[in-house]
Design a protein around this ligand. Structure first.
Ligand code: HEM
Length: 82
């Protein structure tokens, strides 16, 4: 949206991934601490957090709130700035 304030991966997106998320996704070939990897697979990641399939509910880790999902979508609309 044109009204969204300027966002960055470092400031707005990276802090939403926990160290547990990053450690547990590394063996599956996805580095959630990497702007480029997250940007490449942003649609898939968005769908998973929005549908609450990731982090896996059985892990007991907190699922993303609507506000977190919307923040991720706004970052995508801005072209995934680093
Ligand atoms: C491209 C997107 C993603 C794919 C394909 C993916 C795939 C997977 C797979 C196959 C597993 C292991 C099986 C399972 O526990 O269900 C897993 C585990 C996990 N994923 Fe993801 N994931 C993605 C994104 C994410 C995101 C965005 C997060 C965090 C916000 C996340 C957090 C986790 C965690 C914490 C585990 C370990 C759960 C446990 O050990 O109990 N994943 N993921």
């Amino acid at each position: 949206m044109p009204g969204d304030p300027a966002m960055s991966f470092a400031k707005d997106i990276r802090p939403m991934f926990t160290e547990t998320d990053i450690d547990h996704m590394e063996p599956f070939g996805l580095d959630l601490s990497s702007r480029d990897e997250v940007a490449d697979r942003a649609d898939e990641i968005y769908r998973m957090v929005k549908e609450k399939t990731m982090p896996p509910p059985a892990s007991g880790l907190p699922l993303w709130t609507d506000e977190m999902c919307e923040r991720f979508a706004a970052w995508q609309r801005q072209g995934c700035p680093p």
